[in-house]
Design a binder for this molecule. Structure first.
Ligand SMILES: Nc1ncnc2c1ncn2[C@@H]1O[C@H](COP(=O)(O)OP(=O)(O)OP(=O)(O)O)[C@@H](O)[C@H]1O
Ligand SMILES: [Mg+2]
Length: 609
């Protein structure tokens, strides 16, 4: 999936909006000194480049034709100085441009990363991860390229052409005019070709990434492909994709092949004109041989800068599109933000209250409607109900990952919009439905709960959570690597570590979204024990799928379609013989059947749902 986004998106209709260009140039502001240095050194290199031809002319006219040895020696000295000057200027240019490029990329990535951390969950649930990744990686790369090599190449090309024209006009106006008149034709043809070639090249790259993605899916899903006899259909799909790529690459290749000869033909025509006109003048002694030679060199010389300009122009469209996407990401505002005039709090110890809370995600489909409840400090609340009922959404609101679209949530007596996000989220400990660990050691992951925790405190928390025993069984104990996203650990182990991590943070409110995937009975008992530790003395919200785990809760809410349809203690709900009773007895019966049927468990393990 993500491979598809790694390549640039095709924005064919990018016009060079001045706004984007201005913002891009603004990025250069902090580095104006390096930029100035770069521009100066480019001008020097260009000037010396163009001056070479003049020196050659003088060597021919003043030295070779005039047979003057002294002039030759003097001019060779000049030659040496010019080369030295060029080496120095070139070094300065490369250095300043290189440094500037890296700094800009570094700045941009830092800015983007920082901004991404501030965005709310809603942004990430609607934006594909691959899209975000390529904004931070490949788009910043392209912006950096445009702001360094793009500028350097075009500056270099422009100064080269200007200095060449300047020297030609100095040498001979008539011949210079012939070259100058042929310039626009070369420029137009070059730009047209380059843009076309680049267009097909990008389309072929796009086709390539689609092909890679399809290949990836087919290889990783090879079992399903075989099981569903999809081979022929998939081959057909693949053929279409690879034909697309072939066609676009072919077009780019074909255009590239005729591009250079076309430009060379135009330049050859002006060369013939120069030779014809200049040759006549040399014959009539109106022009020196050296000057004629200089003009021939200049025609060859300006061929390259024109092509460079066209290339930069074609690539610039793409870099501008990248910049627009990066700027749009930087502009996106977090949906959940700190308000003004915040009430500073040290703790969130107190009651939790939902008053007529309603909420919907981006799609306007109401998920929570008019929800009200009051939880006294220290109570244990369990949320149960069928899947998709809105349990996770309720705790998302409580943690202020999202904010209610209507109604008020009060914690410790105040509307929680009056607290800072940091204050709220640092005082609520969350263990998620799908626990997430970061690459690194177990110790690192536990320390995420509280960065200044000592090793003793970490082990103590792990012991309370019941994670200590399995951790020390690893060869490296607390220093074992958990792998990317913790995938070297089982779900149950990850959950135990998440609980220990939450314990370490010592939150005022504890939220747990119980894993739906089943863990073995032993681990479940361990998790239960860890949870009990976490819940003591804290207001806790437990989303439970295994109802046996929440019998001792102070209150149980049955959530259906975003509303509390039943509430009360386990006993009173059972007595009511309503939804909870049905849920509970159904699960109870299933558990009983599993226990009585010795093959059921083995069967369930062999075919995990
Ligand atoms: N990020 C989202 N964007 C849009 N709709 C969402 C989003 N997350 C959840 N929903 C929708 O909100 C409703 C409630 O989802 P929620 O995750 O709160 O259910 P749940 O009770 O936790 O279910 P489960 O028991 O399966 O975890 C569902 O209809 C779901 O489709
Ligand atoms: Mg859920």
């Amino acid at each position: 999936m993500s491979t598809f986004y790694d390549e640039e998106e095709l924005d064919d209709e990018v016009d060079l909006k001045s706004g984007v260009l201005r913002r891009l140039l603004n990025l250069l502001k902090p580095y104006w000194l390096t930029v100035l240095l770069g521009i100066l050194s480019i001008a020097v290199v260009s000037w010396l480049d163009a001056y070479f031809t003049v020196l050659n002319k003088r060597i021919i006219d003043e030295g070779i034709v005039a047979r003057d040895m002294n002039a030759m020696v003097r001019l060779f000295w000049n030659y040496g100085m010019v080369i030295l000057g060029q080496v120095v200027a070139f070094f300065v240019m490369m250095l300043s441009v290189g440094i500037q490029g890296e700094r800009i990329r570094y700045d941009l990535r830092k800015k983007l990363f920082n901004h991404l951390q501030k965005l709310s969950l809603s942004y990430f649930s609607k934006t594909p991860i691959g899209w975000i990744m390529s904004r931070v990686t490949s788009d910043t790369e392209k912006m950096g390229d445009l702001l360094t090599w793009g500028i350097v190449d075009s500056m270099w090309a422009l100064t080269n052409i200007s200095f060449a024209i300047y020297f030609m006009l100095q040498l001979n106006t008539q011949l210079a005019l012939i070259v100058i008149l042929s310039l626009p034709l070369m420029v137009i043809v070059s730009f047209k070709f380059r843009v076309k070639i680049y267009y097909h090249y990008r389309k072929s790259r796009k086709a390539n990434s689609k092909m890679t993605a399809s290949l990836n899916e087919n290889i990783t899903g090879v079992r399903i492909v075989k099981a569903l006899l999809r081979e022929d259909q998939n081959l057909q799909d693949f053929k279409v994709l690879s034909t697309d790529m072939f066609r676009e690459s072919y077009r780019a290749g074909f255009l590239s092949a005729i591009y250079l000869p076309t430009i060379q033909t135009i330049s050859a025509i002006s060369l013939v004109l120069i030779l014809w006109r200049g040759g006549n003048m040399v014959g009539n002694s109106l022009l020196s041989v050296g000057t004629l030679q200089a003009f021939i060199s200049y025609i060859m010389f300006i061929l390259w800068p024109i092509q460079d300009l066209a290339r930069v122009y074609a690539e610039m469209q793409n870099a501008i599109a990248s910049s627009e996407r990066v700027f749009s990401l930087l502009e996106s505002q977090p949906g959940v933000r700190d308000r003004k005039n915040l009430i500073p709090v040290k703790s969130l110890v107190g009651d939790v209250e939902f008053e007529n809370v309603s909420f919907h995600y981006e799609d306007d489909e109401p998920v929570i409607q008019n929800l009200s409840f009051h939880i006294p400090q220290g109570q244990k609340v369990a949320l149960v109900g069928t899947t998709g009922g809105g349990k996770t959404t309720i705790v998302n609101l409580l943690c202020r990952f999202y904010e209610p679209t209507a109604g008020t949530i009060r914690i410790a007596g105040n509307d929680y919009l009056n607290y800072s996000l940091d204050d709220i989220q640092s005082r609520i400990g969350v263990v998620l439905q799908i626990p997430h660990l970061f690459s690194g050691t177990i110790r690192d992951n536990l320390r995420y709960g509280r960065l200044d925790a000592s090793d003793e405190e970490i082990e103590h928390a792990a012991q309370l959570a019941g994670a200590h025993d399995f951790i020390v069984k690893f060869e490296k104990g607390y220093d074992s690597d958990v792998g990317e996203g913790g995938n070297q650990l089982s779900v149950g182990q990850k959950q135990l570590i998440s609980i220990a991590r939450a314990l370490l943070a010592n939150p005022d409110i504890f939220v747990m979204d119980e894993a739906t995937s089943s863990v073995d009975t032993l681990t479940e008992a361990l998790i239960q024990k860890g949870m009990r530790q976490l819940m003591t003395g804290r207001t806790s919200f437990i989303i439970a799928h295994r109802l046996s785990t929440i019998k001792s809760s102070d209150q149980i809410f049955v959530i259906e379609e975003g509303q509390i349809v039943e509430s009360g203690s386990h006993k009173s709900l059972i007595r009511q013989r309503g939804v909870y009773y049905n849920l509970y007895t159904k699960q109870f019966r299933q558990d009983l059947e599993t226990k009585l049927d010795p093959f059921a468990e083995a069967g369930a393990e062999a075919n995990p749902a």
